[in-house]
Design a protein around this ligand. Sequence first.
Ligand code: ADP
Ligand code: MG
Length: 212
Amino acid sequence: MTPKGKFLTLEGVDGAGKSTHLEWMAEYLRAQDIHVLLTREPGGTPLGERLREILLAEPMHLETETLLMFAARCEHLRTVIEPALARGTWVVCDRFTDATYAYQGAGRELGVDRVTALQKWVHPDLEPDRTWLFDLDLGIARERLAASRDLDRFEREGAEFFTRTRGGYHQLVTQSPERFMVVDASQSITAIREDLKADLEQLVARWQERTT
Ligand code: ADP
Ligand code: MG
């Protein structure tokens, strides 16, 4: 069945500014009379949140890490995302499978093929309708993070890891240019919001009639 709702995701390296805009995006859509579900990965379900805690804290084998990311995602998809989309709700998600391609596939050098194998197993037919990639110089992302919070297991990784991760994201944009909007995350929060608003306006105009 074709989902009635739209699936929107935010991606980018840690500290790029994704979470800063989530709530505002949901409010913008709600003001257009759209039902919105705001969620995140890993997480979004009680089990997923427990897996998130483990994933962000506990050192583990790369393959275990990747499987747990997809285990959390599977629970999230089956119990939250897919039912919401089927009801016509628009789902806004802070990270999704693109993050596994970027972080585990590229950052940790697992490779694209093994992530694709799991994607085909867990969600062969679903991909986001729109993905905003928050793209930011890694040095600036580090500075923003250091000033804002204690760093988790991923955020403590070094520059080489994040250079590969950012490269992994750019590879995805090259593969699916229609799905992505690359956001210049070095701008002010207000300027980024203007860019997002312009894009959301267009998307709502294009999609809303078919979902109400
Ligand atoms: P992410 O969710 O991508 O890891 P956050 O939204 O948590 O990033 O932002 C990381 C830090 O950077 C936060 O302290 C946030 O307030 C700050 N920040 C976010 N966007 C900007 C911006 N455009 N300019 C300056 N600081 C920002
Ligand atoms: Mg965040």
